[in-house]
Design a protein around this ligand. Structure first.
Ligand code: UDP
Length: 567
C-alpha cells in the first residue's frame, strides 16, 4: 500500500489516549503544532512527487511512560520535571502519522500485549507467527518489557526495532562480550541491535541514527515582529527546577546589572529560595507562553544544566542568543556523575554541544563562566548585537519528515547484507593491480572506483569518501575535519586490505580482530587491523597509536543525517 500524507491530527489525538499529565502534554503539543506539520507535509509531498512510499505498520511503545516501568515522569510534568523526552515522542508520533503510516500506540503492557498478540496475564507466552508490524519504535524500558513478554520471539523480530535513546549508545558499549572484556560495561543491556537502530535526540555520533524533534517555525511577519519587539535588556534563565539555580547568585548578580532577568521555575506556594528576589519568576509556563517570553528576550542563559535539551533550540528559533558555559575539561561518562553508566564516552564540551558546534555565533555564545570578567563583557556584547531567529532545517517539521521518511524507506536491518567482498570472484578490481578506490581528480579524496550500484547499500556507495584519521583521532573527528560525516553503514566497504594501500599505508602484517578501532593502522608495528565483527564498526572510537580508516560521506545543508545521494 502506498502511504499518503495526512494532515488531520484528529485520529492521532484519539489514539494517544488520556489519563496522564504526560499524555495531555503531548496532545497539547501535537495540537499546537498541527498547522506547522500540515504545511511541512505539503512541501515535502511536492518535493517527493514521484517517490513511491510504502505504508508501514508501525507500533510505538513508549516504555518510560508505562506504570510497569515506574513512570516517574508523568507526575512531574507540571512540576518542573524533564519534558524533552515527551517533546520528542510527541513529534515522532506526529511525524509517523503525517507520513501516513499505519500507527498503533501503546503506553502500557496491556496495550503492548493487545498489539503483539499476547493475551494479558499470560506471562512470557511467546508471540507465535509473524510480527504484525514492520517497525517498532520504543525505548530501553520498552525493550526490556518486550523481552519479558515476547520471550524468545523478540530475537527473531529485533531487526524491526528502533530504540529512542536520548544520549546515544556507542558500538563498544553495545557489544556484550567486547564490553565485558574491555571495560565498557553499563546497565543498559546488550541487545545485539545494530548501532543505527538506536535513534538520538541530537546528531551525536553517527553510529546511531539521528531522530531529533522539532521547534516552532515562524512566518515572515512573525520574524519581523520578533526583531522589532526584542527587548535588549531582557534575559530568560534556562532551568525549570529550583535546583538548577543553586549556587548561581554571582552570575545572576552580574547579569542583573545589565538586564531584567526572567525565570520559569516551578514552585508550589512559596518562591524557591534559590531564585533571587530580583528575578521575575513566571513559574513553569505552558510551552506556548514560554515561546512568547522568548520572543521578547534578547538572551537565554544556561547555567550548565539540563544538558542537551530542546529549550535552547526554541530560544534560538525565537531570536534569542543562547549564552552557555563551556565545560573544560569536557564532561563524559568517565568523569561526571550525570553521564556515568550511560553507554557512551562522548565528550560533552558545553551544556549544549549541538548549539555550540552546529549553530555557533552569533546565535550561540559558549564561554568559560568561571571567568566573571568574560561573562560580564559577553553580556555587554550581547546587548549590542542583533540576531535573526534561526532554526536548522533538520529541526523543522519538513526536515524531520524528510529524515524519517528516508530512514523508513531505506534503512533495512532485516535482509542479510550482500556478502562483502563477494564470494564469487566478481570484484571489479580482481585479477588486476587496480584498486577499488580512485583518487578524485583535483582533490585528495578517495572514492569507490567502479559503479557502486553493484553493491546495494544505503547510503549508496557513491557517497563514500575514504579517509585516514590522525593518530588518536576518531572517525567522527576525522570526517568532520574534512567537512564530511562518518557513515557507519559504509564501513563494510573499507574493511579490506586494499583500503590500506589506497591510503599508502605499508602493512607489515594484516590481522583481523574484534576491536572497535578497526579497521585501523597501528604505527608502532606497522600493523593493519581489519574488523572481525561488523557490530563493532564504530565512528566514535579512538585510541592512542591508531590511525583509523574512516568511511565518510557528504551531507545536505542543514540535514546532517542525509547525504546528497541519499534521497
Ligand atoms: N518548557 C515549558 N515550560 C517552561 C520551561 C520549559 O513548557 O516553563 C518546555 C520547553 O518548551 C521545552 C521542554 O520544556 O520544549 C524541555 O525543556 P528543557 O530544554 O528544559 O529539557 P528537559 O530537561 O526538560 O528535557
Amino acid at each position: 500500500i502506498q502511504a499518503v500524507f495526512q494532515s488531520d491530527m484528529g485520529l492521532l489525538l484519539e489514539q494517544v489516549g488520556s489519563g496522564k499529565e504526560s499524555l495531555s502534554f503531548m496532545k497539547r503539543r501535537i495540537r499546537r503544532l498541527s498547522a506547522q506539520w500540515a504545511s511541512a507535509a505539503r512541501r515535502l509531498d511536492d518535493k517527493l512527487r514521484n517517490h513511491w512510499r510504502e505504508q508501514k505498520r508501525v507500533l510505538v511503545h513508549v516504555g518510560f511512560l508505562t506504570e510497569e516501568s515506574g513512570d516517574v515522569f508523568s507526575p512531574k510534568v507540571l512540576k518542573g520535571g524533564p519534558l524533552g523526552e515527551m517533546v520528542q515522542w510527541a513529534d515522532i508520533l506526529s511525524a509517523l502519522h503525517v507520513l501516513g503510516h499505519n500507527l498503533k500506540i501503546s503506553v502500557s503492557l496491556k496495550e503492548l500485549h493487545g498489539f503483539v498478540g499476547v493475551p494479558p496475564g499470560r506471562g512470557s507466552c511467546p508471540l507465535t507467527g509473524p510480527l504484525p508490524f514492520d517497525l517498532i519504535y520504543t525505548d530501553y524500558h520498552g525493550l526490556q518489557q518486550m523481552k519479558q513478554h515476547m520471550g524468545l520471539s523478540l530475537k527473531k523480530h529485533k531487526c524491526h526495532i528502533r530504540v529512542i535513546d536520548t544520549f546515544g549508545t556507542e558500538p563498544a558499549y553495545n557489544h556484550e562480550e567486547y564490553a565485558t572484556l574491555h571495560g565498557y560495561r553499563t546497565n543498559w543491556g546488550y541487545w545485539k541491535l545494530r548501532g543505527q537502530q538506536y535513534m538520538t535526540m541530537f546528531p551525536h555520533t553517527p553510529d546511531n541514527s539521528f531522530m531529533g524533534f522539532v521547534a516552532e517555525e515562524l512566518n515572515e511577519t512573525e520574524r519581523l515582529n520578533i526583531q522589532r519587539n526584542k527587548v535588549n535588556n531582557m534575559a530568560v534563565v534556562y532551568g525549570k527546577e529550583a535546583s538548577m539555580w543553586k549556587g548561581k547568585e554571582n552570575f545572576l548578580t552580574i547579569l542583573h546589572r545589565y538586564m531584567e532577568i526572567h525565570g520559569t521555575v516551578y514552585y508550589e506556594t512559596q518562591r524557591p529560595p534559590e531564585v533571587p528576589a530580583f528575578v521575575v519568576n513566571h513559574g513553569l509556563l505552558p510551552q506556548q507562553e514560554l515561546q512568547q517570553l522568548l520572543r521578547k528576550a534578547k538572551v537565554f542563559v544556561g547555567f550548565g544544566f539540563p544538558y542537551e535539551g530542546p529549550a535552547p533550540l526554541e530560544a534560538i528559533a525565537n531570536g534569542c542568543i543562547f549564552l552557555q558555559p563551556k565545560f573544560d575539561p569536557p564532561r563524559s561518562s568517565l568523569n561526571h556523575d550525570f553521564f556515568r553508566g550511560k553507554p557512551t564516552s562522548r565528550k560533552v564540551s558545553s551544556q549544549h554541544p549541538y548549539a555550540e558546534q552546529y549553530i555557533g555565533r552569533p546565535h550561540v555564545i559558549t564561554i568559560d563562566f568561571n571567568n566573571s570578567e568574560e561573562f560580564e563583557s559577553t553580556i555587554r556584547e550581547i546587548m549590542k548585537i542583533n540576531v535573526k531567529p534561526f532554526l536548522p532545517y533538520e529541526y523543522t517539521c519538513e526536515g524531520m519528515l524528510q529524515r524519517l521518511h528516508a530512514y523508513i524507506q531505506n534503512q533495512d536491518f532485516c535482509s542479510p547484507q550482500a556478502p562483502f567482498p563477494p564470494a564469487n570472484a566478481s570484484w571489479p578490481w580482481q585479477n588486476s593491480k587496480s584498486s577499488p578506490f580512485r583518487l578524485q581528480p583535483d582533490s585528495s579524496v578517495l572514492t569507490w572506483a567502479s559503479n557502486g550500484s553493484f553493491f546495494p547499500s544505503w547510503p549508496p556507495l557513491s557517497a563514500l569518501r575514504l579517509l585516514a584519521s590522525l593518530e588518536g583521532q576518531s572517525c567522527v573527528e576525522a570526517c568532520q575535519g574534512a567537512g564530511l560525516i562518518c557513515e557507519p553503514a559504509l564501513y563494510r566497504f573499507i574493511n579490506i586490505k586494499e583500503a590500506f594501500s589506497a591510503l599508502h599505508f605499508q602493512c607489515e602484517g594484516v590481522e583481523s580482530e574484534m576491536n572497535h578501532l578497526f579497521p585501523a593502522f597501528s604505527a608502532e608495528h606497522a600493523e593493519c587491523g581489519l574488523q572481525q565483527d561488523p557490530l563493532l564498526f564504530s565512528c566514535a572510537g579512538s585510541g592512542v597509536g591508531y590511525q583509523r580508516l574512516c568511511p565518510c560521506r557528504d551531507y545536505c545543508d542543514g540535514q546532517v543525517a542525509l547525504c546528497k545521494d541519499c534521497l
